[in-house]
Ligand binder design. Structure first.
Ligand SMILES: Nc1ncnc2c1ncn2[C@@H]1O[C@H](COP(=O)(O)OP(=O)(O)O)[C@@H](O)[C@H]1O
Ligand SMILES: [Mg+2]
Length: 186
């Protein structure tokens, strides 16, 4: 079920409950803000509100985005989709075969889309145009999108079309993360 929603095995254990239990002090405040979003999820999704989780690598942005998505999937197993920006190019190949057509449809229409690691994708005009078109269409359809990124705000503004930034800013609550990576060497 989680696989079909684009959630990778590494994140199968992530739920709001598990993050609440184990979230380190460094990102407690951010988690409380994400919890506010989850609490009002039905309303947030009905008006197309999303989140922008911005900060350095290893600060639990992806984990928190998955926890939000998971909360929706538990209630609506056919809704929501997670896509790592690095795979966007692979998954939506330019030939538009039927599989990539179905996927693109899902990305445009699903109630909640997570675009994970904006800025990590291959810097290519086709990808940038695709992101622009997905964000714009979802904005117009009032569908919610959660973006995680370790680009700073001004870098997002510079790298993508100004209107992507304006759109995300007007619909998504910005939560910034700071501090050192929680990833530990094995
Ligand atoms: N519930 C948790 N409690 C403690 N540490 C966690 C938890 N979930 C994830 N982590 C640690 O945080 C690291 C980074 O998480 P991730 O969500 O991938 O960060 P980001 O997306 O900000 O780069 C993980 O590799 C893991 O070591
Ligand atoms: Mg991440």
């Amino acid at each position: 079920m989680l696989e079909r929603r684009g959630i990778y095995r590494r994140f199968w254990d992530v739920t709001a409950e598990s993050v609440s239990r184990t979230c380190p002090a460094e990102c407690r405040q951010q988690w409380l803000e994400v919890c506010e979003y989850i609490k009002d999820m039905d309303y947030n999704l009905s008006v197309g509100k999303g989140l922008m989780l911005i900060g350095p690598v290893g600060t639990m942005k992806t984990t928190m985005a998955v926890a939000v998505l998971r909360d929706l999937i538990e209630r609506e197993p056919n809704q929501g989709y997670f896509i790592p920006m690095v795979s966007l190019l692979d998954q939506l190949n330019e030939e538009r075969d039927s599989r990539s057509h179905i996927l693109e449809d899902r990305i445009r229409h699903t109630r909640l889309l997570v675009l994970d690691d904006l800025g990590a994708e291959y810097d290519h005009a086709w990808v940038a145009a695709k992101i622009d078109s997905i964000v714009t269409e979802r904005y117009n359809r009032m569908k919610s999108t959660i973006v995680t990124s370790n680009l700073r705000r001004d870098e997002i503004r510079d790298r993508y079309q100004m209107r992507i930034f304006d759109r995300l800013k007007s619909t998504n609550k910005l939560i910034t993360f700071a501090g050192k990576s929680l990833r530990r060497p094995v």
